[in-house]
Ligand binder design. Structure first.
Ligand code: ATP
Ligand code: ZN
Length: 212
């Protein structure tokens, strides 16, 4: 049987739970530290370990047939892939944060301000929907320090407990989207690949049922 490739975040907030899910599905593999690839012993699956940002694009192109990524990254990248299954981990939200001393009353207050983010497309959609004209300042990391160094008036960033915002003197004012990990698939799998995916989904469903 052919193998299919699944792209998993190499190291970060999706990695451990992604690999845990694979193990709970009874799929065994050896991932040596720092390796970019691994092969399952008892299931026709090959793993590619990548940066999460690259996963939607690789799945669209068919470099990987499947991938596990946050909905936030999936929506931002606007790639044409199948959204197969919500996985229930890496739950977070994409929110607006402003200086905690800002007497923030509503989204209109963002008009004319600059907002630092790694999610320019999602932020633009949110601002357009609210008819707010603000400047989007795209940066790739450490977004939450932007206000304190004078780079932006506000941030649009991933929040889970809110402690990162808090420790940077910010407060959460708007939730733009909620996110969790999602299994995605290439849109043109052949019959055999689809069959392997169906078997994987069957096992994931069993794992999820077992947790209820
Ligand atoms: P990479 O090096 O792969 O690009 P990254 O730094 O962009 O990694 P991480 O911080 O590892 O990304 O987050 C990966 C995904 O995990 C995020 O896109 C989001 O969906 C989710 N996530 C981020 N922060 C949290 C959090 N605090 N709690 C739960 N989930 C989170
Ligand atoms: Zn990333």
């Amino acid at each position: 049987m052919d193998k299919i490739k699944i792209a998993i975040q190499k190291s970060g907030r999706l990695s451990d739970d992604s690999l845990k899910l694979i193990k709970e599905c009874g799929i065994k593999f050896n991932n040596g530290m720092g390796k970019l690839k691994a092969v399952a012993d008892n299931f026709p699956l090959e793993f590619l370990f990548l940066r999460d940002d690259d996963i939607p694009g690789y799945v669209e192109d068919g470099v990987a047939h499947l991938g596990i990524v946050g909905e936030n990254v999936l929506v931002e990248k606007e790639k044409d892939v199948d959204n197969v299954k919500l996985l229930g981990f890496s739950k977070c939200r994409l929110s607006i944060g402003v200086d905690r001393n800002w007497d923030y009353k509503g989204v209109q207050e963002l008009a004319g301000k600059s907002i630092a983010t790694s999610y320019p497309k999602i932020l633009k959609g949110f601002l357009d929907k609210n008819k707010v004209n603000a400047e989007i300042h795209e940066i790739s990391g450490s977004v939450e320090i932007a206000p304190s160094i004078g780079l932006a008036d506000a941030v649009c960033d991933i929040v889970s407990s809110g402690s990162t915002l808090l420790s940077n003197g910010l407060k959460e004012t708007e939730v733009i989207m909620k996110s969790q990990a999602v299994l995605i698939a290439n849109k043109s799998l052949n019959a055999e690949q689809q069959d392997i995916l169906d078997k994987l989904i069957f096992r994931i469903n069993a794992v999820q049922e077992g947790k209820k």
